[in-house]
Design a protein around this ligand. Structure first.
Ligand SMILES: NC(=O)c1ccc[n+]([C@@H]2O[C@H](COP(=O)([O-])OP(=O)(O)OC[C@H]3O[C@@H](n4cnc5c(N)ncnc54)[C@H](OP(=O)(O)O)[C@@H]3O)[C@@H](O)[C@H]2O)c1
Length: 245
């Protein structure tokens, strides 16, 4: 049975991705910084008849938590097929380039950038044991430098500079991760789930959690001819959904 780890899987898009991976026959580890919340999510999925699931305490900003999760999962499986780096925070409002505090920047980068790098580095040896390892970094079209460099683009008027900077950094991390893993079976991509109705957006948005989950899942299930080192946004761009960096 293939296995997958989803960070921030206790709710929102992460929970939906965990559900869909389980429905596709994966054993899914639901990373949750609050273990009880992760266990509640597992019970919720158990109620749908999905049983190949386990909650694991995983705060992506804590090296101790990451390495404890790595040790716990390593005891259960020598192979991890899929890593979905989903955990993320917005940094709250207001946030402006001129007024955001360094504390805001640090907190958002800790989770959205350093957390992804730390989790990826901790689990890379298990992923390297997989025949077709897949890493999906959950990004956003709002991280596109080229879209937002058009200062008057009415379609991209909404700006959250701290969050956008963090996800742009995540995108560059994704590019370089894919570069370092080129020539192997890895597929590593940055994927925007769409503007999705979750706690993150106070349940505003043009996409349902189900749509967002399906968009992320697709890149976790890529075949051997699938893309790597790419950036996708299915909500904003027609197939093949390539988003300008
Ligand atoms: N919703 C959107 O419109 C949208 C659009 C583009 C991209 N995204 C991205 O999609 C991802 C998921 O967002 P969402 O909408 O599902 O948000 P959400 O409902 O707020 O869920 C975020 C998840 O991340 C977890 N998390 C936050 N900090 C963490 C940490 N330090 N360690 C481990 N887990 C942590 C949260 O855990 P707690 O429950 O403990 O807080 C929660 O499980 C994020 O990366 C976000 O940037 C969302």
């Amino acid at each position: 049975m293939k296995s997958a780890l989803v960070t921030g899987a206790n709710k929102g898009i992460g929970l939906e991705v965990a559900k869909r991976l389980a429905q596709h026959g994966f054993f899914v580890y639901l990373g949750s910084r609050n273990l009880e919340s992760g266990e509640a999510a597992v019970r919720q999925l158990n109620g749908l008849g999905l049983t190949a699931l386990e909650a694991v305490q995983l705060d992506v900003t804590s090296p101790e938590s990451i390495w404890a999760a790595r040790a716990a999962i390593g005891v259960k499986t020598p192979v991890l097929d899929v890593l979905v780096n989903n955990a993320g925070i917005s940094g709250g409002q207001p946030q402006a380039a001129l007024h955001a505090t360094l504390e805001q920047f640090r907190a958002v980068f800790e989770t959205n950038v350093f957390g992804v790098a730390s989790v990826t580095q901790a689990f890379i040896d298990l992923l390297q044991q997989a025949q077709q390892p897949r890493i999906v970094n959950v990004s956003t079209a709002m991280a596109s430098l080229s879209l937002y460099a058009d200062l008057d683009n009415p379609n991209f008027a909404f700006r959250v500079p701290v969050y956008q900077a963090s996800k742009a950094a995540l995108n560059m991390y994704t590019i370089n991760l894919a570069h370092e893993l080129r020539g192997t079976a890895f597929k590593v991509n940055a994927v925007c789930p769409g503007y999705t109705q979750t706690d993150f957006t106070s349940h505003q948005g043009t996409s349902t959690v189900a749509e967002a989950g399906e968009r992320i899942l697709k890149y976790a299930l890529l075949g051997p001819d699938g893309p790597t080192g790419q950036y996708f946004s299915e909500e904003y761009f027609p197939a093949p959904a390539t988003c300008p960096w």
